[in-house]
Design a binder for this molecule. Structure first.
Ligand SMILES: Nc1ncnc2c1ncn2[C@@H]1O[C@H](COP(=O)(O)OP(=O)(O)OP(=O)(O)O)[C@@H](O)[C@H]1O
Length: 255
C-alpha cells in the first residue's frame, strides 16, 4: 500500500500537485487517469522518489519516506518495479540480458545460476519461454512489453509502477498486457500503479481509480462507478471519445 497525504509539488513557483490525498491499495491495479498536464507523471515521480515534494507525506506500507534510513531507501529501490512507456528495453542486449540486468544490480556475490533460473522463471510467467536469446528487435511490440514486465518483477517487488504500459499496441494485445499486469498484481500481492489514457484499460482493470484534474484529485472510485457517475468533470473526460459517448447514451436509455 502507498498512501499520499496532502502532497504538493511545483516548479518555478507554479504548483502542479495541489494537495493530493490517495491510498494505492495492495493487490490491486490502481489507475491514475486525467488529461495531459494534469500532474499524473509528477505524482508518479514523487512516489518513485525522483521528485521531492514541497509538502506532504508519502507512506510505503505505513512508513513515511521521510523517516527511511539510507539502507531502507536502497531496499525500497529494490522493491520498486517499473514498466516504462514504450518498454525501454536495451536494444543491444538479448531478452535474457535485459531481464537479468536489474537482478544483477541488486544481487551480492556470484549468483549466476540462481539469477538465470529466476530470469527463466519470470519469462515463463509472461509466456516468453524460448525467447531468451532473441534481440528486442526480433520480437513483436506486445512481446517487448512482456519482457519489460518480466524485468520489472524479476526482483519480486512490492510496488509496480507502469507508465502507459499498453501505449502503441493494438486493442487486443493491449488487453492481454492489461490482464497480465492484473494477474501478476494479485499473484504476487503487489501494489500496482498505472498511468493510462486508455479507457479500455479503465474498463478492464480499473480496480481503483484516481482522476486528476489540474493537479487536484477531482474524483476517485472504481471501474463500475466511473461509467455511472454524473460528475461532469469526469464525464467530460470519460465520454470524450465517440465510442464512449454511444455507451453513455445507451446507458441513459437503459439499454
Ligand atoms: N521537471 C519539470 N520541470 C518543470 N515543469 C514540469 C516538470 N515536470 C512536469 N512539469 C509540469 O508539470 C505539469 C504536469 O505534468 P505531467 O507530466 O505530470 O502531466 P501528465 O498528466 O503526466 O501529462 P501527460 O498525460 O501528457 O503525460 C505540466 O505543466 C508540466 O509542464
Amino acid at each position: 500500500m502507498i498512501e499520499v497525504k496532502d502532497l504538493h509539488k511545483g516548479f518555478n513557483g507554479e504548483e502542479v500537485l495541489k494537495g493530493i490525498n490517495f491510498t494505492f491499495d495492495r493487490s490491486k491495479t490502481n489507475l491514475i487517469i486525467g488529461q495531459s498536464g494534469s500532474g499524473k507523471s509528477v505524482l508518479l515521480k514523487c512516489m518513485l522518489g525522483l521528485f521531492t515534494p514541497e509538502k506532504g507525506i508519502i507512506e510505503y506500507d505505513g512508513k513515511p519516506y521521510a523517516e527511511f534510513t539510507d539502507d531502507e531507501k536502497k531496499d525500497l529501490s529494490k522493491n520498486i518495479g517499473m514498466v516504462f512507456q514504450g518498454g525501454a528495453l536495451f536494444d543491444s542486449m538479448t531478452v535474457e540480458e535485459n531481464v537479468l540486468f536489474p537482478l544483477r544490480m541488486f544481487t551480492k556475490g556470484n549468483k549466476k545460476k540462481e539469477n538465470l533460473e529466476r530470469v527463466r522463471e519470470v519469462l515463463k510467467r509472461v509466456n516468453l519461454d524460448g525467447t531468451e536469446d532473441k534481440m528486442p528487435s526480433e520480437i513483436s511490440g506486445g512481446m517487448q512489453k512482456r519482457v519489460s514486465i518480466a524485468r520489472a518483477i524479476v526482483n519480486r517487488p512490492k510496488y509496480l509502477f507502469c507508465d502507459e504500459p499498453n501505449s502503441g499496441l493494438d486493442p487486443k494485445t493491449a488487453t492481454v498486457i492489461d490482464n497480465l499486469i492484473q494477474e501478476i498484481t494479485h499473484e504476487y500481492d503487489i501494489t500496482t500503479i498505472i498511468i493510462t489514457h486508455d479507457m479500455n484499460s479503465v474498463l478492464e482493470i480499473g480496480q481503483k481509480i484516481a482522476f486528476l484534474k489540474d493537479g487536484v484529485l477531482a474524483w476517485k472510485g472504481d471501474k463500475s462507478q466511473i461509467f455511472k457517475t454524473d460528475d461532469e468533470t469526469v464525464t467530460d473526460f470519460v465520454y470524450s471519445s465517440d465510442l464512449f459517448k454511444k455507451v453513455r447514451k445507451a446507458q441513459l436509455q437503459g439499454l
